[in-house]
Design a protein around this ligand. Sequence first.
Ligand code: AMP
Ligand code: ZN
Length: 485
Amino acid sequence: MGDPARIARKLKAPQPMPLTIHDTLQREKRVFEPRDPGRVTLYVCGPTVYDYAHIGNARPPVVFDVLVRLLRRTYGADKVIYARNVTDVDDKINAKAAKEGVPIGEVTARYEAAYLEDMARLNVSPPDIAPHVTDHMAAIVAQIGAIMDHGCAYAAEGHVLFDVSSYETYGRLSGRNLDDMIAGARVEVAPYKKNPHDFVLWKPSKEGEPSWPSPWGEGRPGWHIECSAMIEETLGLPIDIHGGGIDLVFPHHENEIAQGVCAHGHAHEAGAHAEYSRYWMHNGFLTMDAEKMSKSLGNVLLLHDLVQSIPGEVVRWALLSAHYRQPLDWNQALLEQSRKSLDRLYGALHRAAAVESTTDAPPAEFLKAIEDDLNTPGAMAVLFSLSSEIERGMTAGDTAAVAAAKGQLVASAALLGVLQSDPAAWLEGDVPDDLRTEVEALLEQRAAARAAKDWPEADRIRDRLNALSVVVMDGPQGPTWRLKG
Ligand code: AMP
Ligand code: ZN
């Protein structure tokens, strides 16, 4: 018989909330259970490096960066292996290289470097592994061979095609039925295909295009096979989580499963898909002013351009402001609101700059939100209550409350990948060095003039600061400033 008071206390003690994620395949939220908590594996389809990424392309890496931060916190930093591939063999890459008259490697190196630079501005941590297609040709060729050996692919006219009719549960991820697909097929069918939905595993390269040797002739892989081959070679099967944008569910991920399952001869086993990836996560699409982003509409916003004029942290906040599975509309108001939100949170941290944090753990409400299928809007709401608590504590002189709330705020925000800059520097903004030097000198003169009660001099300095578009905010830690607008 236990002591009733002790039992009551135990019942009330906060239970650790398990992470739940919405699994596209099972179509429900599931408690996340890795195959091996000592080695949690995650693969996200990365960029095709033929041009700068647009702002929509930034949504998956930012969303999955938050997931990885959370997994590392739960299982240990070195227990999570995150792979994000680089597609460096592709028709669009060939076209760009031909247009510029340079080897494909020059195009792919340029845009991969730009991508990594832009990701760094968004505070996206690099993945542990970034497999490149050109480095994994042997594994790709071997996997195609294994699929053929198991009777799930055939060679025809220099191509190798996956035979979709050979895999019983083809269509399961995207909820498509092969018979309906065939009935509704309007695609022009290449004469060498047995079935209109058979997809390319290997194809011949055209004259002058890069090619690799294979038992079916010189050529290059189709798009889908790179991911299933690189997943198997770099992470091993099954992986725990596979992620990407919602547009990848069909055909890319559907085909990945078919390849990954059939390469091992499991085409007729109903549950074999679980031997490829245990969970599937897909982010919703980003629209521009409520329209689809597309080159023909001329509304494609490049991340590379955006982060030249707007702090990456504002962009990151905006990308996380909607739940990842919901559509997100990108517009000026969203950016302004995101900057205001960060200003408010940094403002609270700045006000509490002299108070030492007494914790480095996020509060239970924050974890509850973020572990609920990455509910970032809910998690952000907790950041605002913590900042209000800081403001209240500062006004009331309740230093203990401020010290706790500040530690919780910084720790929570670290999981979202925000609020890690120096608050004073944030509030000043991104300012050219010579202007910063001048403003700082003027602020010192202003302090001296005020101390000496030299009001005409103080007014002169104020006018000069105004002329420079500088807004000065006086606070208990001394003045901070920023540029207008
Ligand atoms: P891509 O370079 O086109 O293969 O796309 C890279 C990643 O960006 C994939 O995971 C896509 O699903 C994702 N993506 C592309 N466009 C958008 C968009 N408008 N909104 C959200 N994600 C997108
Ligand atoms: Zn992929």
